[in-house]
Design a binder for this molecule. Structure first.
Ligand code: NAD
Length: 327
């Protein structure tokens, strides 16, 4: 099959592209390299056995002509391109909304026009400020005020979900939505606010690990390889059409404990430094206290269960950062 991966030079997209190539597909990537990097896909471009089946286009998904050509050429589309990361959203508020709303709408419109199956990468951010766990796909959604720009990412991803489901109902578009919870692993950068690469880089360089607030807020983390397996399973299954699934890990950990675990795993002498949200995000920020997925729906649909535990993830991230000097 010919597979289009939007955002394929990004963290998850590059791993997905690799897995699609390994499964024997031709892979087309469109990425404007705003947060992605050619470093993530160089090994695919340089490998003579893979480069015949791997095609990279440095462009924006807002380029309609290019997108028409790519969606028209391919059999299925993984839509991962997005403005991502708390810090990036706060720094680029308008641009982020454009990419995440207009960009996704165009992808969906073209997939409906050319009758191509599409997977939309949504986010656990969509749930907003819940305190309960685990979060199920049918839960209500609670956001903060529009003056707090961090919610624009959640709202734009929610709008993507509505638009995808509307195309499914109105045009019969074959679409599946994956609500990804924190995904981690090699190649993720800490530059846009992602917590594990950021804390690991601090631990490896002997800097204090900066934890926001009191560190009691909890998350779960999923290895990117597990997420890629889930995405490919959702795309391949005929039963997932028009459905929405949580994709995430189940081990809940507070940010204070995560920092301690990273110090232990990296054998670092660093200390933990607690920073108030006001100091960390002067542009206005609200955090979510808990974010734990109920994964029974995806488990029933495709048998998904994460295989890699948190220690494995942390060891691999530390190894990657040591060997690639990334931040
Ligand atoms: N990593 C996570 O924990 C996580 C959690 C929830 C949802 N997601 C979603 O998964 C997807 C991939 O995220 P990621 O973590 O790999 O982040 P990433 O930043 O590494 O990947 C996004 C990619 O999209 C590209 N991109 C951005 N705007 C573009 C545009 N206009 N045209 C073409 N390419 C563009 C970026 O350059 C980047 O390569 C995103 O849709 C994100 O919202 C990720």
């Amino acid at each position: 099959m010919r597979i289009l991966v939007t955002g394929g030079a990004g963290f998850i997209g590059s791993h997905l592209s690799e897995a699609c190539l390994a499964a024997g597909h031709e892979v087309y990537v469109i990425d404007d390299l705003s947060t992605g990097s050619t470093k993530n896909i160089l090994h695919l471009q340089d490998d003579p056995a893979l480069s015949q089946r791997f095609f990279f286009h440095r462009d924006t998904i807002l380029n309609r002509e290019m997108m028409m050509e790519l969606v028209g050429t391919c059999d299925a589309v993984y839509h991962l391109a997005a403005a991502v990361g708390v810090q990036y959203i706060l720094d680029n508020p308008l641009h982020s909304i454009r990419i995440n709303i207009q960009g996704t709408e165009m992808v969906l419109e073209l997939c409906a026009k050319f009758k191509k199956r599409v997977l939309i990468a949504s986010s656990s951010e969509v749930y907003g400020k819940h305190l309960h766990a685990p979060l199920t796909e049918t839960d209500n959604i609670i956001y903060g005020p529009s003056s707090k720009f961090r919610w624009s990412y959640a709202a734009s991803k929610l709008m993507d979900e509505f638009t995808a489901l509307a195309y499914h109902r109105v045009s019969g578009l074959e679409v599946v939505i994956a609500r990804l919870f924190n995904t981690v692993g090699p190649r993720q950068t800490g530059a846009y606010g992602m917590v594990i690469p950021r804390l690991t880089a601090q631990a490896l360089s002997g800097q204090p690990l900066t934890v926001y607030g009191d560190g009691a807020q909890t998350r779960t983390f999923t290895h990117v390889a597990d997420v890629v397996e889930a995405l490919m399973g959702l795309m391949a299954s005929p039963n997932t059409n028009g459905e929405l699934y949580n994709v995430g890990g189940i081990e809940e950990i507070s940010m204070a404990d995560l920092a301690k675990r990273i110090i232990r795993i990296t054998d670092s002498k660093s200390k933990i430094q607690y920073i108030s949200y006001e100091d960390a995000f002067p542009q206005g920020f609200e955090d979510m206290q808990r974010r734990v997925p109920d994964i029974s729906k995806i488990n029933a649909a495709i048998g998904f269960e994460p295989k890699n535990d948190l220690d494995t993830i942390l060891r691999q991230v530390a190894w990657y950062m040591r060997t690639h000097h990334s931040s």
